[in-house]
Ligand binder design. Structure first.
Ligand code: ADP
Length: 222
């Protein structure tokens, strides 16, 4: 069982790294942002309710997001572990998640914190594209994660689009909001001895190698 969490400001690469980790360790990549965007795309009742919140770049309330995550974590494919991307984002969410881990007798061994300067993150954001169908993420300005064919998803062939919340104003709001929530969350995991800080502004493969090295040095058996 290998559970890990990736935390970072917007556009630091946690989606990209999570996907690569998911493929390497053959565990699902669970992105709360992608789950929510899918609900919006499908125009479900939940999707309609949260659309405005997502587009404005503010956080969903802790209880709602935890319920959504909880039902995802109960699925069969999570039994050997998973990569959590975008959760927890607040101390309250971390505590709700800990209660869940206690109930299921699981644990979390790695919390990777990818740091990035706001200006570099914004430069990256300018090239970010997502698949309108399967939510895969790309960056047309970064060679390593560019789509093979411009504006077409490598995985499912659908059109690539910009996220509605990837504009300058909403990005700044998301970035600032992240910084206000993150310190207590970082301290929480630091005290547990499972927080690993990694520089997120390096090349995709360099960041990935650092994460994998930390995991490979640990014991994956429990
Ligand atoms: P990013 O990390 O690039 O800001 P995400 O795709 O992780 O974007 O999340 C997009 C949006 O989804 C957030 O701005 C927020 O509105 C909502 N969201 C995702 N995860 C959570 C969470 N754990 N708690 C509350 N809201 C969340």
């Amino acid at each position: 069982m290998i559970n890990m969490i990736l935390i970072s400001p917007p556009s630091a690469g946690k989606g990209t790294q999570s996907k690569m980790l998911s493929e390497k360790f053959k565990i699902p990549h669970i992105s709360t942002g992608s789950i929510l965007r899918e609900e919006i795309n499908k125009k479900t009742e939940l999707g309609t309710k949260i659309k405005d919140t997502i587009e404005r770049g503010i956080l969903l309330d802790d209880k709602t997001i935890f319920e959504i995550l909880h039902s995802r974590l109960m699925k069969e494919d999570c039994k050997n572990g998973y990569v959590l991307d975008g959760f927890p984002r607040t101390l309250k969410q971390a505590k709700l998640y800990d209660e869940f881990l206690k109930e299921t007798k699981e644990n979390i061994k790695y919390v990777f914190y990818l740091s990035i300067d706001k200006n570099i993150a914004y430069e990256r954001l300018k090239g970010r594209l997502i698949c309108s169908n399967c939510q895969a993420t790309y960056n047309e300005l970064i060679e390593e994660v560019k789509p093979i064919v411009n504006d077409v998803c490598n995985e499912c062939g659908s059109n690539l689009i910009k996220r509605v919340d990837d504009n300058y104003e909403v990005f700044i709001k998301r970035f600032e909001l992240f910084l206000t929530e993150i310190e207590p969350l970082k301290n929480y995991y630091k005290e547990k001895g499972i927080l690993y800080e990694i520089e997120g502004s390096e090349k995709v493969m360099d960041t990935f190698s650092k994460i994998v090295q930390i995991i490979n040095c640990g014991d994956l058996s429990d």
